[in-house]
Write a protein that binds this ligand. Structure first.
Ligand code: 6PG
Length: 254
């Protein structure tokens, strides 16, 4: 069972600042231990402000981007130059501004005409670059995740088949609530990571956060995000006071 760390900051900007600091610590540790930092970025709107923060001094110098490999925990079924693309969001807020090598940025091909083959290829790419960890599954140094108000994370949505996938590392699926296809990491890949870090802010997430952090594991497990439990790695929840407002967790300061 993974070690769980819950960190509550007064504001979303404070939470972003803390995630940036934690990313730098784990990135430098990974590079000193095995010469590279394998990172999976989250999509959606919350991470954009984090990525913009990471792209500015002094944070931008704190992460060894030249030793980083960038993956995506999920992607929408749109070309990478479309506004909805998680890659596009990361590119315009972060990747265009840091010295990451072009060949080390690995967009997820969720707009492929053969999504199942594309998911297999992306899983093979991850396995080629990321050293194996628990149960010989590629163990990314850090996977950044968000959470929707319905408790989804990456593109693991409630009631979808990907929640039950225990062999494949990456799958594509139709998501009825969106009326679109998505490609996503599955629990085997998520739970093999050395560090999984959730960044969750805002009152609209408070109810799902309270359920995910419930003392009753049965309640937490009802949400896709609640089933992210690194086998041997560390699990961080970095929240702002609003997202934590339905829990007993309070900001450590401020
Ligand atoms: C995506 C994300 C998704 C996101 C949640 C929260 O592709 O949308 O990967 O899992 O983390 O939907 O999104 P917000 O940060 O926009 O609330």
């Amino acid at each position: 069972m993974s070690e769980k760390t819950i960190l509550v900051e007064p504001t979303s900007q404070d939470a972003i600042g803390l995630v940036a600091q934690l990313l730098a610590v784990h990135a430098c540790e990974a590079v000193s231990q095995h010469g590279q930092f394998t990172l999976a970025l989250a999509g959606g709107t919350t991470p954009r402000r984090l990525y913009e923060h990471l792209a500015k001094p002094p944070q931008v110098e704190a992460i060894p981007w030249q030793n980083a490999h960038i993956f995506f925990g999920d992607e929408r079924d749109v070309p990478h130059d479309q506004p909805d693309s998680n890659f596009r969001m990361a590119q315009t807020s972060l990747l265009d501004f840091v010295p990451v090598r072009y060949e080390n940025v690995h967009p997820m091909p969720a707009d492929s005409t053969d999504l199942d083959q594309a998911a297999r290829h992306y899983a093979a790419l991850v396995a080629e670059i990321v050293p194996p960890g628990p149960r010989s599954v590629p163990s990314l140094d850090l996977i950044l995740l968000g959470m929707g108000g319905d408790g989804h994370t990456a593109s693991l949505f409630p009631g979808t088949p990907a929640l039950e996938e225990q062999q494949k590392l990456v799958v594509a699926q139709y998501v009825p609530v969106l009326g679109r296809h998505r490609m996503t990491f599955t629990y085997p890949l998520l739970n093999a990571a050395k560090v999984v870090m959730f960044l969750i802010t805002g009152l609209d997430k408070a109810e799902a956060v309270a359920q995910m952090l419930s003392d009753d594991p049965g309640e937490a497990q009802k949400l896709p995000a609640g089933r992210v439990q690194p086998t041997e790695g560390r699990l961080f929840y970095v929240l702002d006071a609003e997202a934590a407002s339905r829990t007993h967790f309070k900001p450590a300061r401020g």
